[in-house]
Design a protein around this ligand. Structure first.
Ligand code: TRP
Length: 337
């Protein structure tokens, strides 16, 4: 079986945007690939270095969220990034072949730099270099090591991660050419579902944007968020026809209520359904989707030692693979005595 590696930053719980963008794919590919899920706690430090307790707690949450959506902990390997020294070593070696410019032009780094206060992140030199950290700027190098320490073949990702995989491919080719190594050049697989917008109309759902529906949210939390959703802002009353094309809530119907979406669109256009009714329908759909996820999560929530065991045994397996691989790489690089 070919190997998948993908990962999450443990900076909080995972939400339904993560599900649509990436977790769904992981579940679908389970069984066709050997799956490694990296809990990227070192990468989380690049933006949350002032909040290490949150990262530590989120390691458990991220693992439970992945299991809750249907990843079988018997089949999938969960890895804690900081506990795999071969990733850190490989990051160091890769950094020698990486130019600063190549990192500065990465579009995902640019937009994240803006979000995290490292400068405006637009245009080539609009970083605030007095704030931009070496660790943050360099995380694509570390991500390349995440993917290749175990010779992963495929990385299922959302759109925002594509620049990092392209970066990895170029870096690994260069490295192999230079040292005669045979590190696998990974492919990526994009999620086929379009990115989920926020119910507040923001183009992105995000923890930091405060507009996320978490996989672990209960029915009351879900209804509170759905109740406040933005709909077609030009629709002033139930009697005026609405336009689903500009309605964030309608996008949710297309994703979580696909079978009924066309029907709902025409009822909206001829004003035979109002926004409140439409929200109630979406609330039902989301709860129906989340209920089995909540149930599976509950089993693990009450058994933290079990989650710890899952992460520790997965990490031990990763270390066996990584130690063997890094020894070969160092040998090829003449890093020896
Ligand atoms: N950068 C990814 C994110 O923000 C997380 C991540 C870390 C990752 N290492 C990875 C994703 C390796 C894929 C492969 O979501």
């Amino acid at each position: 079986m070919k190997r998948i590696l993908t990962g999450d930053r443990p900076t909080g719980r995972l939400h339904i945007g993560h599900y649509v963008g990436s977790l769904q794919q992981r579940v679908e590919l389970q069984g066709q690939y050997e799956e490694f899920i990296l809990i990227a706690d070192v990468q989380a430090l690049t933006t949350h270095f002032e909040n290490p307790e949150l990262i530590n707690e989120s390691i458990y949450n991220v693992c439970m969220d992945n299991i809750a959506v249907g990843l079988d902990p018997e089949k999938v390997t969960f890895i804690q990034q900081s506990m795999v020294p071969s990733i850190a070593e490989l990051t160091m070696f890769y950094s020698m072949l990486t130019t600063v410019n190549h990192l500065l032009i990465n579009p995902t780094i640019k937009s994240e730099a803006r979000n995290y206060g490292f400068g405006e992140g637009q245009g080539e030199f609009s970083y605030d270099f007095s704030r931009l950290t070496y660790g943050f700027l360099g995380y694509p190098v570390s991500q390349s090591a995440d993917i290749t320490f175990c010779n992963a073949d495929l990385v299922p990702v959302g759109e925002d991660q594509v620049p990092h995989i392209e970066f990895t491919r170029r870096l690994v080719r260069k490295f192999n050419e230079l040292y005669g190594t045979n590190i696998t050049v990974p492919d990526y697989k994009l999620s086929s579902t379009p990115r989920l917008c926020g119910l507040d109309g923001n183009s992105k759902m995000g923890k930091s944007l405060g507009n996320a529906i978490y996989l672990s949210d209960g029915p009351d939390e879900v209804w509170n968020k759905v109740r406040n959703a933005v709909t077609d802002t030009n629709r002033i009353s139930v009697k005026t026809p609405g336009n689903p094309d500009v309605c964030p809530l309608y996008k949710y119907h297309q994703t979580f209520n696909a079978g009924e979406a066309d029907n709902i669109a025409s009822m909206c256009r001829n004003a035979s359904i109002g926004c409140v009714a439409c929200k109630k329908l979406m609330n039902e759909c989301l709860n129906k989707f989340l209920e089995p996820i909540r149930e599976r999560r509950a089993t693990y929530e009450s058994n933290k030692p079990l989650v710890k065991e899952i992460i520790e045994s997965g990490t031990a397996k990763a270390n066996e693979i990584g130690n063997e691989h890094i020894a070969k790489i160092k040998d090829a690089m003449h890093v020896k005595i």
